[in-house]
Ligand binder design. Structure first.
Ligand SMILES: Cc1cc2nc3c(=O)[nH]c(=O)nc-3n(C[C@H](O)[C@H](O)[C@H](O)COP(=O)(O)OP(=O)(O)OC[C@H]3O[C@@H](n4cnc5c(N)ncnc54)[C@H](O)[C@@H]3O)c2cc1C
Length: 443
């Protein structure tokens, strides 16, 4: 290809770039562009506009909803060669292809941390994190990727380089490659704090939920739920000396307060857990185990559908009953996730021959979530996977508005055209502003 941008179209390359980490959709692209800077991205866009070729931007390809799966007769634009970054004061200034985990490593050396922490930190890109508005373990305190954008640079679908700061940059967070290509970002980092992790086991799911709601008053930096079967995969009970069978677990992370203290909260939280019959247990490397939990599920069955639904906190109990019912009667279903913000990863595990039942369970899951005022995606985005449920969730008018918005910004309809930009829906009830002062007055 003679436009001065690296382009590969061998059979191997087309195969590698035909899927994302969901492994559920597969479309081979015509080839893959590897631009090195924004000027080269402009050249790629101009090339595709002239020929009416659809472009799918791709970062780490770790997406779980098919967002980076190419369009038919389309080209992938990979940001792999745009990965340099620097840490300046409390900001990370990064090209879109920078691996977020690499930014985190450098930030830590200077006393900072990337506030949104997807479990895929070490193999996803900062551009992909913003394009999906990723969330993670610490969203209960720090929100999602969009909450930390200071400045964003985009190559528009007509090939112009534009820059935004402030609330306009939000349009591109969660746009999943449909409104332009994010080329560079300036991210606000948080101060690295001393942290302590507490793990509690509960003999009923109801107690675990009750505790998870109550513990929000301490403004923890993480509140994670792990169900019984997921606990088995994490081998939690191997370390748990108590003989009673646990039905679920809550992992809480607390950070030092302004004065640098955390012990006071730890004691109070443990007392609070006891009032829900929760027992504090010691699990070495619990975050490592938690981060590896998703991939480790393959021990149960070979195939997985990992949904990232969000429930209002008041509906979590009935949701977990619904999931348990599916697990007992239909298909293996494990639930864990960021219960502090209502995001519950619901994993249907299945073998060959169970595909139809898995699809049916997924459809029932989305219907349950929508009917109970939740959202079908809290972090992974809509991609190809959830597109057919959007109208039910958002309503016809909202969907039409999003389509109109896309057609205004992308008049040639070349940017990831079979996907759709969707407004922020995740992190329902996020108590980011719940401060210690509020806790004291509530007590
Ligand atoms: C084991 C595992 C754990 C995970 N844990 C989490 C988690 O905790 N939280 C979470 O939110 N997600 C998680 N994910 C999902 C995934 O890692 C995130 O969605 C991540 O943000 C995707 O980043 P990426 O660079 O891999 O993007 P890709 O998968 O390459 O792309 C994702 C979407 O963004 C678009 N895109 C990518 N780069 C750009 C760009 N520069 N400009 C415009 N559009 C772009 C693509 O077109 C696509 O629509 C996990 C995935 C795995 C496999």
């Amino acid at each position: 290809m003679m436009i001065g941008v690296e382009f590969l179209d061998s059979e191997d390359v087309r195969e590698v770039y035909s899927q994302d980490a969901s492994r559920w959709y597969k479309v081979k692209p015509l080839g893959v562009f590897f631009p090195k800077n924004e000027e080269e991205v402009v050249k790629c866009v101009e090339f595709c506009v002239k020929r009416g070729i659809p472009i799918t931007p791709r970062g780490g390809g770790s997406g779980l909803s098919g967002g980076a799966v190419p369009e038919k007769n389309g080209i992938v634009l990979s940001t792999e060669k745009m990965k340099s970054f620097s840490i300046e004061n409390s900001f990370a200034i990064a090209y879109a292809g920078a691996i977020t985990g690499e930014i985190e490593k450098e930030a830590k050396k200077l006393g900072y941390t990337v506030p949104f922490q997807p479990s895929s930190l070490n193999f996803s890109t900062i551009g992909g994190n913003i394009a999906t508005d990723c969330a993670g373990l610490r969203s209960v305190k720090y929100g999602s990727a969009r909450d930390h954008i200071e400045e964003i640079q985009i190559v528009t679908p007509t090939g112009k380089i534009i820059k935004f700061n402030g609330s306009l940059s939000m349009i591109f967070s969660g746009s999943e490659g449909t409104l332009g290509i994010i080329t560079k970002v300036k991210i606000r980092l948080s101060k690295l704090k001393k942290r302590k992790t507490l793990v509690f086991s509960f003999r009923s799911v109801k107690d675990a939920i009750g505790f998870s709601k109550e513990v929000r008053r301490f403004n923890p930096s993480a509140i994670e739920f792990v169900d019984e079967k997921s606990g088995e995969v994490m081998k939690i009970d191997e370390n748990n000396k108590t003989p009673k069978k646990s039905k679920s677990y809550i992992i809480v992370e607390i950070e030092e307060d302004e004065q640098g203290y955390i012990d006071f909260s730890e004691q109070e939280i443990s007392i609070m857990a006891k009032s829900f019959s929760g027992e504090k247990i010691d699990i070495p490397d619990v975050w490592e185990r938690r981060k590896k939990l998703g991939p480790a599920l393959s021990k149960i069955k070979p195939f997985k559908m990992n949904e990232d639904v969000v429930l209002p906190l008041s509906k979590i109990e009935s949701f977990l009953e619904f999931a348990e019912d599916i697990d007992k009667k239909r298909i293996s279903c494990l639930v864990f996730g960021h219960i502090g913000v209502g995001i519950l990863h619901t994993n249907f595990m299945f073998g060959g021959g169970e595909e139809k039942e898995a699809e049916k369970a997924k459809s029932d899951l989305f219907n349950f979530v929508i009917e109970n005022g939740g959202a079908i995606t809290g972090e992974h985005g809509t991609g190809l996977e959830k597109i057919n449920f959007l109208e039910k969730e958002l309503g016809k008018n909202t969907l039409e508005f999003m389509r109109e918005l896309k057609s205004k910004l992308d008049p040639h309809n070349i940017m990831n055209p079979s996907k759709i930009p969707t407004p922020k829906r995740g992190c329902i009830d996020t108590p980011i502003s719940l401060t210690k002062t509020q806790y004291n007055t509530k007590k």
